[in-house]
Design a protein around this ligand. Sequence first.
Ligand code: CP
Length: 307
Amino acid sequence: MENVRSLINILDLSVEEIDGMVALATKMLADPAAYAHKCNGKILATLFFEPSTRTRLSFESAMLSLGGQVLGFSEASSSSAAKGESVADTVRTVSCYSDIIAMRHPKEGAPLVASQHSLVPVINAGDGGHNHPTQTLTDLLTIHHEKGRFDNLTVGFCGDLKFGRTVHSLISAMSRYTGTKIVLVSPEELKLPSYVKKEVLQKNGIPYEQTTDLESVMPELDILYMTRVQRERFFNEEDYLRLKDSYILTPDKLHNAKADLSILHPLPRVNEISVAVDQDPRAAYFRQVRYGRYIRMALIMKLLGIA
Ligand code: CP
């Protein structure tokens, strides 16, 4: 719809807009009470056609923290999608009941279709193996707080780089900063899709290397972004079982890592980071979870025209 600003892809936001949201979220972290009534009378709808803990609950927490209210569903089976209703009709309906919508869907492109039929802003809360822009905003706020900058960082992505939508979105976001280097660590079958390599890395002249060996590249990394193998995107269980434990980060594998490495993970974790790593001060993934609430507060305010 015209004059309604949605967020479907992280590149829908300029670098300057992201900087502004990071600054706003940082102020909110310091003084949440100052923002407790910014969204009084506003309603967020969360339409989750796929499971979620962090994204749905952090969106709900964000809107409640701003003084707004929330409604929605957490599984397709409890909505009229189970009777065959289209995404377009569902969103057209829900946009009559709410001021802003966060939507997760297993089909790539579904939130884009939704945004074309909604009367209110639609936020892509994850679409299939495609994109997850609000996880990327969370990752960027984490990087800003952990490293103090976005430029001149070597970022290693490890695990399922084929189906990991958070990886695709963060690579797009980091490709806009000066001095970014990308290191891709995955099994052969789970390599980064060639469209991301061509349209993002090669198009923007971002230096990158690909390897199957995490320990050999560990000393280079400023950020290690671990990911789980995405069981729900596999066509057969045998392949998942063969690949699921390709990488398990343990304290001994960090022996040659930088002292100021930051270890990120969008979570949920399955087996790819040993719980023993949680004690390492470089493990930033639970701090990352906390940042997700504040950056979503900033995003809600921005798309509602309050920020
Ligand atoms: N990171 C993330 O999207 O987590 P959830 O699937 O729990 O929302």
